[in-house]
Design a protein around this ligand. Sequence first.
Ligand SMILES: *[C@@H]1O[C@H](CO)[C@@H](O)[C@H](O)[C@H]1NC(C)=O
Length: 315
Amino acid sequence: MASPSSSSGSLLTILFLFCLPAWCSVSGFKICAFNVQSFGDSKIRNTEVVHTLVRIVSRCDVCLLQEVRDTKRKAVPLLMKALNSYNSKHQYDYVASHRLGRTSSYQEQYVFVYRTSSVIVTDQYQYPDTLLGDEDAFSREPFIVRLRAPKTAIKEFVLVPQHTTPSNATKEIDALYDVFLEIKRRWKTETVMFLGDFNADCGYLAKKNRQRVRLYSNQAFLWLIGDKDDTTVRDSTSCAYDRIVVHEESFAGALVPQSAKPFNFAKEYGLTEEQALVVSDHYPVEVELRAWSAQIGGNSPLLIFLIFTAVFIST
Ligand SMILES: *[C@@H]1O[C@H](CO)[C@@H](O)[C@H](O)[C@H]1NC(C)=O
């Protein structure tokens, strides 16, 4: 008869040998949003900045980059090249909006970078500037993507990026509710996550105005990054500008508890404030979705079969 330690050893071995990643993976699926503060030509030429960006973006299954000001259209492809040679475990691809903005002198793109092994982009929709009868509803209309992520418990969801203009933040965040209604009409889904630099704090979204913001007053939506969080790099500021908001019922049970937070890359990578500010004045924000197997957990027939077999063989 095998000793308890050797039987649990063979149990682990058998689980390890038979476990397909899709069945046994319990690691979450990370969604990130990062305002890279004027990302373009000069940042991509700074190897230390690129290295830090690659480390940040490669942590995520999908990462929204904002404030991409790549006028020469070289910085994003070069970032992708660096990302794809950084870690052979994952390959990345991206989808990008057009250059958005009221004036031709100042424009930005939304860019979604994603792991090709865990994400399929099934739809893209550039929200038009005329739909609300107010062509000034947004400074940068959302570039909306629908993703299939087979490894997550919810399988499919919609991401709505938004980088507001600070002085119009209240109005622009409110208008995201109209975007939600349009997605519901077009794609018959409410599984929608809003993310990005909303400028939703420190004077740009006053407490007294919040009840007028439908994304805030409507109880259907859950704000995952709290007012106490700090998404700014500077020690002298503490503002929750960057946010992640979900349609609560659609994401019920799909989020990893307590996983929504700013990612303090300065602390994580041992950078001084000055070094971090060369990368961006914002921290990324992130949240994790549960993996599919974690959802079915102990009810998985395959898992029960494997444990049964393992116990049987080991005794
Ligand atoms: C703020 O919104 C108004 C329209 O409501 C628009 O005319 C103005 O240009 C916007 N400001 C900026 C800085 O985009």
